[in-house]
Write a protein that binds this ligand. Structure first.
Ligand code: ADP
Ligand code: MG
Length: 714
């Protein structure tokens, strides 16, 4: 696939050899400084050893859910250690008027337990902060670290003085933070998975022939050019060419088409597709990252890391909140010191403020919703490549549909062939098929198939050139041959005999596509082809009209053929004989009037318009160029997915806004409480651990609210 271009990546740097990791999830590795797919935090630069670092010293660990488990493991230890720290705090006395029996050196035991809690439980946060600061991107890890380091340092000092320590606050805070993270991550994992699902499509091993013997090797060990044996019912391990055998292959994961495709010697097979009843020997042509599936996975992961406008906004808000937190924390701390309260109280307030203002929920608010919606989309059958496309979809005023291959299946059949006097139908077909033997256009394929079926010679073509939106040309037998629309006839100053014009008119009024065949500027004949309108197209148009969206069909086909299809589908606005540049012009014109435009297309001729559109949607079965240019891909080739995209976009936006509220709104109430600003009015200050509960609760609400999006059916 060509280098994929993304309207949405200008702010993300990509450097060779640098990798990024999540401070919370060391197993996450990424080439870009995007956000963690696990928790949505910003990724930070990682040195190699930092990336490979795993908990428990078990070496490189790929186990799923490993880091999630790490949080709960640490939580359990910290929670147990917190019990004696609470029992020996001032709490029992306050609440039960009871004091645990003191014994010699109990303070030092508390110090020991507190130290274990700090280093064992707090380590995750501190190493996270270290990476954030090195990246000059202070965030939640930094805040939590300042909080726990302050609490711990103070407590160590207080152990040796008559002052109160903050060990119980420290341990409950760390416990809550660890538990909060664990709950969150579980909520988040439920929201992800498209990539994992794709990865699980590939078999783990493949059978190859080496030294004349069949042996099972891991996918990583296969080399290009080797021969792999695929037994009936197995999945293709690699992309390749059939060397021996024949079978019906289920390619639905790639094409969405459930009908199995016959594969015989010389045919291409794609990794992940399922072999039918025949055994196949495959010559390996592509392995690993070059396979089709790997490319799709790359697209999906780029989507997962491509940020929406709201994401950029909430990232900024998170940075501001961090600054506010540190500012508010310092003001709180020094105010309490100046007021002359004891330092323990001042430190506790500082810690509470830092914890409460942590922008953790904010960091998750948007990405979580985004990943739930990406997955809903994938489950429905459309792949979101650019988040911005999905975000813009809710505001779409116009949907511009291409006709051939989009509203229709693009599966043409040749109906009739008419030749000028002196030539046979076979001659016309032969010229048309020869020129088109190099083309991927559905019309071209139909003509070539027809020629083969009729036993007509398909000759070599030299200097083949496609003329997007018009046709194709090339030299056949040294003569300049052209196949395509009426436009080309005019361009070549050829003319169609009167008596044929009538038949052409008749074909087109029934929705047939008519192509003209020329040789050395001379008109030879016409070929009339019929296409099948997709079953879902009519319903899709109706639903869009009901959603209040205007629909337009733009096609390179003739006026009559276009009019017939538009009539069948109930589309009241259409443009025929539209060239690729004119498709772009249409989009620009509407955009110039302040309207948002979605373009749905499949062909090379649609690519420029797909790029120009606010929302470019490509039919999955369409050409590579169209798929590369679009922001959303319809894997099932179903036009009904267009209204679904719009609905999903609207739902997603609403959820994101709700989440931004839940992530920041509570600060307005909680911050003054944490700072102890209302103590003078008899309202007690919030303890750090309660603050942590607030913060985690906000995060859990945000995660839960995001998952609720799944309840909506599209
Ligand atoms: P649409 O915009 O409806 O998808 P295209 O732009 O792909 O249609 O094609 C427009 C017209 O150009 C077709 O109706 C056909 O007349 C002609 N055409 C394009 N490519 C070819 C080809 N390879 N062979 C013959 N005709 C072609
Ligand atoms: Mg098309």
């Amino acid at each position: 696939m060509a280098k994929y271009k993304d309207k949405d990546h200008s702010y993300s740097e990509e450097k060779e050899g640098v990798s990024y990791t999540c401070p919370m999830h060391p197993k996450i590795k990424c080439k870009r400084s995007e956000m963690c797919p696990e928790c949505g935090m910003g990724l930070v630069k990682a040195e190699d050893e930092a990336v490979h670092e795993t908990e428990g010293g078990k070496g490189h660990d790929k186990h799923e859910g490993h880091s999630t488990e790490m949080f709960i493991k640490r939580f359990r230890v910290v929670a147990v250690l917190a019990i004696p720290l609470i029992v020996y705090s001032e709490l029992p006395e306050i609440f039960f008027d009871w004091e645990a029996p003191r014994f010699f050196g109990w303070e030092y035991l508390m110090l020991l337990l507190g130290t274990i809690v700090f280093f064992y439980g707090g380590r995750v946060f501190i190493s996270g902060a270290y990476r954030e600061i090195r990246e000059k991107l202070p965030g939640m890890m930094t805040l939590i670290s300042i909080a726990i380091v302050s609490a711990y340092t103070w407590s160590v000092y207080a152990t040796f003085t008559p002052d109160e320590t903050l060990f119980w606050e420290l341990s409950t805070l760390i416990a809550v933070m660890l538990l909060g993270h664990w709950i969150e991550m579980r909520a988040v994992t439920g929201a992800r998975g498209a990539l994992k699902e794709l990865a699980s499509i590939l078999p783990k091993e493949a059978t190859v022939i080496r030294g004349g013997k069949e042996m099972a090797v891991s996918l990583n060990d296969i080399k290009e050019g080797e021969v792999s044996v695929v037994k009936p019912g197995e999945k293709m391990p690699v992309d390749g060419l059939v060397k021996d055998g024949s079978s019906e292959v289920d390619e639905s994961i790639v094409t969405g088409e459930s009908k199995p495709v016959t594969k015989k010697k010389g045919d291409e097979v794609i990794a992940g597709t399922i072999n039918g009843d025949g055994g196949l020997k495959i010559k390996v042509t592509k392995i690993g990252d070059d396979t089709f599936l790997a490319n799709v996975m790359r697209l999906v992961s780029e989507a997962e890391s491509s940020k929406s406008r709201l994401q950029v906004l909430s990232d900024k808000a998170a940075l501001i909140l961090t600054i506010v937190a540190v500012g508010a924390g310092s003001v709180t701390f020094f105010t309490w010191l100046l007021v002359g309260d004891d330092i323990a109280f001042a430190v506790a307030r500082l810690v509470a403020v830092l914890v409460i203002t942590c922008p953790h929920a904010l960091g998750l608010a948007v990405p979580l919703v985004a990943s739930v919606s990406t997955n809903m989309a994938a489950a429905q059958g459309f792949i979101i490549k650019q988040r911005l496309a999905l975000e813009s979809a809710r505001k779409v005023d116009w949907v511009l549909f291409d006709k051939t291959g989009t509203l229709t299946k693009g599966e043409f059949g040749v109906d009739s062939v008419l030749a000028i006097s002196g030539l046979s139908e076979q001659d016309v077909i032969s010229v048309a098929a020869s020129v088109n033997s190099g083309s991927e256009h559905p019309i071209a394929k139909a003509i070539v198939d027809h020629a083969k079926k009729k036993g007509v010679d398909v000759l070599n073509v030299d200097g083949f050139e496609r003329i997007p939106g018009k046709g194709a040309k090339g030299y056949v037998n040294g003569k300049n041959a052209v196949v395509g629309s009426e436009v080309l006839v005019n361009e070549h100053k050829a003319s169609v005999p009167e008596h044929l014009l009538e038949s052409v008119k008749k074909f087109e009024s029934k929705g047939k596509t008519v192509v003209y065949v020329l040789r050395d500027e001379q008109f030879l004949g016409v070929i009339s082809l019929s296409d099948i309108i997709r079953e879902e197209s009519k319903e899709a148009v109706k639903v869009l009209y009901d959603q209040g969206i205007r629909v337009m069909m733009v096609t390179g086909d003739s006026e009559d053929a276009a009019g017939w299809v538009a009539g069948e589908l109930g589309i009241d606005e259409y443009f025929a004989r539209v060239l690729p540049e004119q498709k772009v012009e249409k989009v620009k014109e509407l955009q110039g009037r302040g309207l948002k435009v979605a373009v749905v297309g499949d062909g090379v001729n649609d690519a420029p318009a797909l790029t120009q559109a606010d929302v470019g949607v490509a039919i999955g079965a369409g050409t590579n160029v169209a798929v590369e240019s679009a922001g959303i891909i319809l894997a099932k080739n179903d036009p009904l997915d267009i209204p679904r995209i719009i609905r999903l976009s609207r739902l997603t936006y609403r959820k994101m806004i709700q989440n931004l509220f839940w992530a920041t709104g509570y600060n307005v109430v909680a911050l003054p409480l944490a700072a102890g600003a209302l103590v003078a009015f008899g309202i007690p200050a919030i303890d750090p651990a309660i603050g942590a509960i607030f913060m985690s609760a906000s995060t859990v609400i945000v995660a839960f609210n995001a998952v609720l999006l799944k309840r909506f059916s599209l």
